[in-house]
Design a protein. Structure first.
Length: 398
């Protein structure tokens, strides 16, 4: 077996044996020098706790590129962080590639690279932008998966020698927070990722699905962009930019998400992804380096205003009652036709195929078939989709 095959096998197995050290550092802004210094410092502090890149290695940088948004909206990983890591890769003599499979870039990946700043990063550094969909995919078995027993993954995953995941610190309507574990979903190309939502419409099941993916694919290193975070009704245009001025780094996605939840003051049992991961692996202690978490805590960080009752109740009831409950205690996406640009990304991203296009080009949602997965809300580039609570959800104060 070649060394490359050995490294691929190590990264895509279900055995959990990752170092649980997290480095937390302050980075006041996206000034190039500040970001590069912070990235290199985190890399240096954790030296010896991760596999090394070698000259000639193909290294994939996997940011969170949810949909075509400008960097200052804090919806996607900032290009300044991607560029700093790209330079780190080149200094090691390795070959950097930048790619993701976002939900809101169907057939418009060039626009996505342009608006998110990735195109300029590639031009300045010589990094190659890779299209996960065009690269094709292969079936990755997940023998110990609870929701997934196998998954279609972009061929890029097995073609590279090293993966650095660059998640964004922000909120999420279904999973409360999105972070390192959820960023792995971007390895599933195109419509395959959309279909995953239909398999697990409840927050608890979707969290299990994310853990399945994480147990199948372990990035070699992770650096989370928390310099500007997104709070409130994220992960897209419904959220609000919140400058936090921090970077989290480490080899282990779970450790990063634990640190993330502590920074924003969210109990682990209220973060479905952590609940799912810890239920399989047991309680996890993390080793903190850099700045102590208590010195970085943001206790007034705003979480999604609609998540708690929706997630808790649906996670407690039998699956056969889920459809009824979703119609009683739910948040419905509503399209504001005045703001709609008729891009139809909402229809393309809908796993339930419950959005139709009228003769006038306006999208319309069939709420009877809607899963309330909020994929359409996530990908809308014009903030034309708002969220409306059902009567019972309003009565509960959520």
């Amino acid at each position: 077996m070649t060394e490359k095959k050995v490294r691929e096998k190590e990264r895509t197995n279900t055995r959990y044996s990752i170092r649980r050290s997290v480095c937390l550092l302050r980075c006041p802004d996206y000034q190039r020098e500040n970001v590069e210094n912070s990235v290199r410092k985190a890399w240096s502090i954790l030296n010896g706790q991760y596999k090394k890149m070698k000259a000639g290695d193909k290294v994939l940088l996997k940011p969170n590129l949810l949909s075509p948004h400008l960097p200052e909206e804090a919806i996607t990983t900032h290009p300044a962080l991607v560029e700093a890591v790209t330079k780190l890769v080149k200094d090691a003599g390795a070959v950097p590639l930048i790619g993701d499979s976002p939900g809101g870039a169907f057939g418009e990946v060039e626009k996505l690279w342009e608006r998110t700043g990735m195109k300029k990063v590639a031009q300045r550094t010589g990094a190659k932008l890779v299209n996960f969909e065009k690269a094709g995919s292969y079936v990755l078995p997940i023998p110990k998966g609870k929701i997934l027993k196998q998954v279609q993954v972009s061929n890029i995953v097995k073609e590279v020698d090293y993966i650095i995941s660059l998640p964004k610190l922000k909120t999420h309507g279904l999973t409360v927070l999105t972070g390192a574990i959820k960023n792995i979903m971007g390895f599933v190309p195109g419509l395959n990722s959309v279909k995953l939502h239909a398999l697990a419409p409840r927050a608890s099941d979707f969290a299990e699905l994310l853990v399945d993916l994480w147990q199948a694919i372990h990035p070699d290193f992770n650096i989370m962009d928390g310099i500007w975070a997104l709070e409130g009704n994220g992960p897209s245009t419904g959220g609000n930019v919140r400058p936090l001025g921090l970077i989290l780094a480490g080899q282990d996605c779970l450790a990063l998400d634990i640190a993330f939840s502590r920074v924003v003051g969210l109990e682990q049992n209220k973060f479905p992804t952590l609940t799912a991961a810890i239920s399989r692996l047991g309680a996890q202690d993390i080793e903190e380096t850099g700045v102590p978490i208590e010195n970085l805590s943001v206790m007034d960080f705003k979480l999604p205003g609609f998540h708690t009752i929706h997630s808790r109740i649906l996670s407690l009831i039998p699956k056969k009652l889920a459809e009824w409950a979703l119609n009683q205690i739910r948040v419905n996406p509503v399209i504001n036709q005045k703001n709609c640009s008729r891009c139809h990304l909402c229809k393309k991203s809908c796993p339930a195929d419950c959005i139709r296009i009228t003769d006038s080009g306006n999208p319309s949602i069939d709420l009877k078939r809607c899963l309330a997965c909020l994929c359409c809300f996530e990908v809308c580039p014009e903030a034309a989709i708002t969220l409306k609570k059902s009567f019972l959800a309003r009565m509960t104060g959520r």
